[in-house]
Write a protein that binds this ligand. Sequence first.
Ligand code: EPU
Length: 442
Amino acid sequence: MTQKYFIKGGTPLKGEVSIGGAKNSVLKLMAAALLAKGETKIYNVPALTDVEIMLSVIEQLGAKTSYNKIEKSVTIDATNLTSITAKYELVSKMRASFIVLGALVSRCKEAIVALPGGCAIGERRVDFHIRGLEALGAKIKIENGYVHAKVPKLTGAEIYLDIPSVGATENLMLAAILADGSTRIQNAAQEPEIVDLANFLNSLGADVNGAGTSEIVINGVKQEDLHPIEYTTIPDRIEAGTFMTAIIATRGKAIIKGVCPAHLTFFTDKLLKMGANIKLIEPNSLEVSCKNRLNSINFVTQPYPGFPTDLQSMAMTLLSTANGVGIITESLYENRFMQVPELRRMGADIHQDRNHAIIKGVKKLTGATLAASDLRAGASLVVAALMADGNSVIENLHHIDRGYENFETKLRLLGGKIERREDSPSSSQIILTEGIHNESYL
Ligand code: EPU
């Protein structure tokens, strides 16, 4: 039996919601904890399947870990590492675990890490990671689907990234921490998660400068300079952006707490241009509301501080019922319009030509049975179902569970009519036979 969301659309979201720790930061902090001997504790860690996978990867390397669900903390004792191998069985489940490559090369001078391969949204190569490690002096062999990196002594280097890759910047930051001399990463990614990683590393005793700009300089330190720490992860800007979208889409009014508004300026600006109301009511709280039909806008996804690709699908959901025509250009991934066929099944009018989508706003979407193809496409379908007329069923929740903690619980607290249920022939039957007229299953 698989679990599905059963959603009845049309209820404006109201009330308050709190945002959790950033998935895309915490996974890297966990890998960075491998650098210091002793027990590091990370707070504000969301209970997500991706976090579970990262804990398994770290345990496989010999570190001791525990997750405290009440405290929302992870403890990692990396005093003894007993393995340098991250196996395909785990890396293939979550590509972010490739980040242990940099940490292991730094700490153990050798690592064998499975190549993650592509995924639903794109090819997602790791050539910049490999080239950067080679520049630091590592000898790299690619064999049997694994990267084998070995180096007697890492030496600081000048590294230029062809594009500001988040993962490559992070992997190379970790690899350079214990190198001899200075490493300069040029055209580095500038995402808030990079700054969080640099702050974490500096608390650990490393010497990282310039994070948040396009040039990061890492002055190598010695192993004995690094010590375990306690650290709190930054808020998840993509979760916050998703809730902003859901509130606006349902013409609701709600407060989003525990958010860092500065991490969302580009996205917020676009929502304001569409006609949403967004007010800063406290340093970490936003009041979001929308009364009228939105206006269409155009945008291009770009590395931070540009429009985040991870919120592209949410914005497309908004555009699908906005007034006029909006054009989205997806510039980071080859295949990140997986939500389009599903939105069309709800009545959206979207024309896609390679990495461009032209969205002609319709008056309303109608509920349907929908399949999540990946994390963010899946979340955008939940938003679409919440704003649509009638009932929807969303399948493949494992994608959504990778990045949204207690998603349905938080949405229900805001008044959203959403339930997670085991699928059974009778529940499908309700949707198939009674369609949008049935209200009894929620
Ligand atoms: N790229 C290369 N070669 C490389 C590295 C990247 O060609 O060596 C290309 C990729 O194929 C992609 C582009 O560069 O087309 C951007 O990739 P990047 O390395 O910046 O992304 P990432 O580190 O793999 C992280 C997030 C993604 C988010 C991107 C961009 C994590 C775990 N993942 O991925 O988040 O979309 O940055 O902001 O941090 C998500 O949360 O749903 C998600 C996919």
